[in-house]
Design a binder for this molecule. Structure first.
Ligand SMILES: Nc1ncnc2c1ncn2[C@@H]1O[C@H](COP(=O)(O)OP(=O)(O)OP(=O)(O)O)[C@@H](O)[C@H]1O
Length: 912
């Protein structure tokens, strides 16, 4: 559709250019008159003399005679081809009024019919046309080309090729008028005698008179209503050319009328419906049976129905079928079958053989055939070419077909998205320092290049999830103020082979256009996994191709390319060695879970963003010691969670209590108030938790106990909260105490109840893993010795022999039994205290450190400094305890084990 419109506007442009060219040519053509005119005349003569001079209007006459049934085409004139040398047999003689124009030898006067048709045509043009114009045309006639066009329009047989002839005729017409003015009128002494045009002298006088008139002012001018159309003064001049008027003006009007008529015809032929498909039944009922069909033309699998227009008009006055150039058509399977069917129909109608409807064959439009044959292929190829050129670099380059190969990297720029600075990244001072060098490289490259130093190409930021790797990369971009392209490794992977590599090419090509810049590839392990490892499991060609492309691109930088590639991963251990070698990711920056100080800094960053009246220094310290092992993302989440809890309680600011509830929620999960335990279950949970609490209180190396609860939370039915602190090394004794404490729940059940429950399975799991690690990784078994057997889940065979396996099993069992005995001894000794704590728990559901001190007396060992600072003696700073417990508590399932640095980390590592 759009191409059709474009074509039509193109034609319109040609038409308007031609019109304006003819208007502009006024002066020039008059000067070059003698030669140009003769050349033009000879040319036109040849051109138009080839035309069939007159075409018969016999059919029309038949229509005018009011014949109800038209004669079939044997008695009708056939439209002649333009090559036809003259009128054919049977053509009606020309109307008598036709003849050479007095204005020009190549012009002809119009017949009465042609003249009327021309007038009719101009009524379709939305403009007022003065009748004087028609008088002129009546007198002067029109160029043969224009007259022919009018004839064709009358017959409804105008073709696009006629447009050119019509425009040429129009040009000819315009020039003819001008020529007439300059040649004939000047020659004649009294030009007005024929065409009422003024002589040069008269024109000069007229001009002067006009100027004078203008000076006389508005009141002396004729009123608007008295003014003729465009200067033809209706008062002063009779209809017809005005002797006072500029001769060119009348011509302009004629040009416009004829031009508009052509435009109308063009519009009609291009945009008006020129045909409609009907069925055989419709044809039969509406036209064939009524004798309106004049001829049928078979074009391939289509039949064009030519109706007798006059007869059709009398029968269907409002039908589109009466419009010139309109045809009905219908589709056929085969020409033979159609002819047979038509014959049968005519037999049924009793049409004598002499009056049968003629059927002719016309070739299908070759253009149409070509379009059908090659159109779809051309469209498809065009689409592919277009799609492949959309991306920079084309199909083979980076864009790829339909943009599949286009990188999905998001681009952030300093002005828009990257507002992160190093000050927003708390903790990880060493990592910041390391990466700061990239900032100075991007800001002042000459400082390094001057000394011949090669700039590091990139850095791998490795660490557990949520520790701020992406944040650090963003901050690097924010500090250096350069564009930042962020993409995830998984976004390179698509199901099509080659897309990943193409996307890598596109990413680097785009980055090169925006140097200096930073590319950040998050989760690079998705594509950067070691190739040797892949081969073991069958390999992945697409991933390897992507990785190879990254390697190639990073090699392709020259030292002056100011592109830094940063990559983030949680699994640096599985990355391909080629990625890590100097010259690619030169720097390996480890970002671990933050230390106590780091957590405090991160808390400070986020506490600034919420409304709290607590003292920030104390609050951040206390929260940091409550959250060992938390990553930056967990801390951000905790602070936000506290703000949400405060908002839910309609508080005006976020208090310490809200923060502690938030931390409990993050560690232990949601409180399950709807979970109702029966009294026996509740009592079991209370004794189980009391066992853990007593162990935590009386074992030297146990982590300080903060709170014991029997309110179900998350997956557990009760929990004891410890503050483990950041321990980076653990002794044998610490591990044994921790294991004994973990077994405290089950042993308490054994001591206080006749039977045991399923609630301790999680504790056993932890103890077993700890003991196994002691034997197989930490060299804490004399029998196994200083060996390390890596626990690799992907491995199908065990890294030790059957014999060693048995020794390991025995050693693990021995260590756990040792811890068990240690715990049982303690709990038997403190049986009374366990009972006291359990009964208090059953009453209050939650016991805090102060309750423990009240019941058991002070802990016999000194607590860690940081614990004493935030949770020691000062009651005013002590946590107020959780909100009241639900009134109908309940039974156990899997009591929450005490947390420890090692265990806490393990659990988190597993969960993610
Ligand atoms: N050191 C930090 N200082 C301030 N905020 C931090 C810090 N570390 C993490 N965060 C917060 O945690 C959010 C997540 O961090 P980020 O996306 O950088 O983690 P990541 O290490 O890239 O995680 P992943 O490995 O899962 O991609 C950050 O948007 C930020 O709010």
């Amino acid at each position: 559709m759009s191409s059709l419109l474009r074509r039509s506007t193109g034609l319109a442009r040609i038409a308007s250019n031609s019109l304006s060219a003819s208007a502009r040519s006024t002066i020039r053509s008059s000067r070059l008159l003698p030669t140009s005119q003769s050349a033009w005349a000879v040319q036109l003569k040849r051109y138009y003399s080839e035309k069939n001079p007159e075409e018969s209007d016999k059919g029309k006459e038949a229509g005018q005679n009011g014949a109800p049934r038209p004669k079939n085409s044997n008695s009708k004139p056939q439209v002649q081809s333009s090559k036809s040398p003259g009128p054919t047999e049977g053509e009606a003689p020309e109307t008598k009024k036709d003849g050479p124009s007095p204005l020009h030898p190549d012009w002809v006067l119009l017949t009465e019919d042609e003249y009327e048709a021309f007038k009719e045509l101009t009524t379709k043009v939305p403009m007022h046309v003065d009748s004087s114009v028609f008088d002129i045309i009546k007198k002067t006639g029109l160029p043969v080309g224009l007259r022919d066009l009018i004839r064709r329009i009358m017959k409804g047989d105008a073709r696009p090729s006629d447009i050119a002839k019509a425009l040429k005729g129009l040009n000819q017409y315009y020039k003819g008028i001008k020529d007439y003015e300059f040649e004939e009128l000047v020659k004649k002494e009294d030009p007005e005698s024929y065409f009422n045009l003024p002589s040069k002298k008269t024109r000069k006088q007229n001009r002067k008179a006009q100027e004078q008139e203008e000076k006389e002012g508005e009141q002396q001018r004729p009123k608007e209503g008295e003014q003729g159309f465009n200067g033809f003064n209706s008062n002063k001049n009779p209809p017809g050319p005005n002797p006072n008027a500029n001769p060119g003006q009348g011509n302009d009007w004629l040009t416009m009328i004829v031009g508009s008529a052509i435009a109308y015809w063009l519009y009609n032929s291009l945009f008006q419906e020129s045909g409609r498909e009907i069925t055989w039944q419709e044809l039969r009922k509406n036209f064939l049976d009524k004798g309106l069909v004049e001829k049928m033309v078979i074009q391939g699998h289509r039949v064009r129905v030519e109706l007798n227009r006059e007869a059709t008009q009398s029968m269907y006055p409002d039908s589109v079928a009466t419009r010139p150039g309109f045809h009905y058509y219908f589709s056929i399977a085969s020409a033979d079958a159609f002819e047979r069917r038509l014959e049968e129909a005519q037999n049924e109608l009793g049409i004598p053989s002499s009056e049968r409807i003629p059927v002719s064959y016309a070739p299908e439009s070759p253009f149409f055939n070509l379009l059908i044959a090659f159109g779809p292929t051309v469209v498809l190829v065009g689409l592919l070419v277009w799609a492949s050129r959309r991306g920079p670099g084309g199909a083979g380059g980076s864009g790829g077909v339909f943009g599949f190969g286009k990188s999905k990297a998001k681009r952030f720029s300093h002005e828009t998205a990257i507002k992160v600075k190093f000050s927003d990244v708390a903790g990880m001072d060493e990592a910041k320092q390391e990466i700061m060098e990239f900032v100075s490289f991007l800001k002042k490259p000459e400082r390094f290049q001057r000394l011949g130093a090669k700039i590091p190409r990139g850095a791998i930021l490795a660490g557990p999830p949520g520790t701020g790797k992406t944040l650090l990369a963003k901050a690097t971009a924010g500090e250096s103020g350069v564009p930042f392209f962020s993409v995830s490794g998984s976004e390179f992977v698509e199901m099509f082979v080659g897309v990943g590599a193409s996307r890598v090419r596109d990413l680097f090509a785009t980055a090169r256009k925006h140097t200096p810049c930073i590319i950040f590839i998050d989760e690079i392990d998705a594509i950067g996994r070691s190739r040797s490892e892949g081969q073991r499991f069958g390999g992945n060609d697409e991933r390897e191709a992507t990785l190879n492309q990254i390697l190639t691109e990073m090699d392709g930088f020259n030292t002056t390319d100011q592109i830094v590639v940063l990559a983030g991963t949680n699994r640096v251990d599985i990355l391909d060695k080629a990625l890590m070698r100097p010259g690619r990711f030169d720097r390996h920056i480890n970002i671990d879970a933050p230390t106590m100080a780091g957590r405090q800094d991160i808390f400070k960053v986020y506490l600034k963003k919420i409304v709290t009246n607590e003292e920030i220094e104390y609050l951040s310290g206390r929260l940091a010691s409550l959250t060992p092992g938390f990553a930056g993302a967990d801390i951000a989440n905790c602070v936000n969670e506290a703000a949400l809890i405060a908002a839910r309680n309609n508080a005006t600011s976020v208090t310490l209590q809200h923060f502690e509830q938030a931390i409990e929620r993050v560690i232990g999960g949601l409180e399950r108030k709807s979970l109702v335990l029966n009294p026996t279950e509740k009592k079991t949970v209370a004794y189980h938790e009391a066992g853990h609490a007593i162990c935590g209180w009386f074992f030297r190396y146990a982590d300080p106990l903060l709170k014991v609860s029997i309110i179900p939370r998350g997956r557990g039915l009760g929990y004891a909260q410890y503050v483990p602190g950041d321990a980076y090394l653990m002794t044998y004794e610490q591990l044994m105490d921790r294991m004994a404490m973990t077994l405290g729940g089950r042993i308490s059940e054994e001591i206080h109840f006749p039977t045991v429950t399923t609630g301790a399975s999680d504790d056993f799991d932890k103890v077993t893993r700890m003991a196994t690690a002691m034997v197989t990784e930490w060299g804490m078994s004399d029998k196994v010795g200083p060996l390390h057997f890596r626990n690799d889940n992907n491995r199908v065979y065990k890294p030790f022999s059957e014999g060693t396996g048995q020794v390991i099993d025995a050693e693990v069992r021995r260590i756990i039994e040792q811890a068990y005995k240690k715990c049982k001894d303690l709990l038997l000794e403190k049986k009374k205290e366990v009972g006291l704590i359990a009964e208090e728990l059953l009453r209050k559901e939650v016991l805090v450190r102060d309750d423990m001190v009240r019941i058991l007396g002070p802990r016999p060992f000194n607590d860690r400094d940081d614990f004493s600072k935030y949770f020691g003696g000062d009651a005013s700073k002590a946590p107020p305890g959780p909100p009241p417990a639900p009134s109908s508590p309940s039974l156990p399932d899997a009591p929450e084990p005490p947390s420890s640095p090692a265990m806490f980390r393990e659990v988190k590592g597993e969960d993610r």
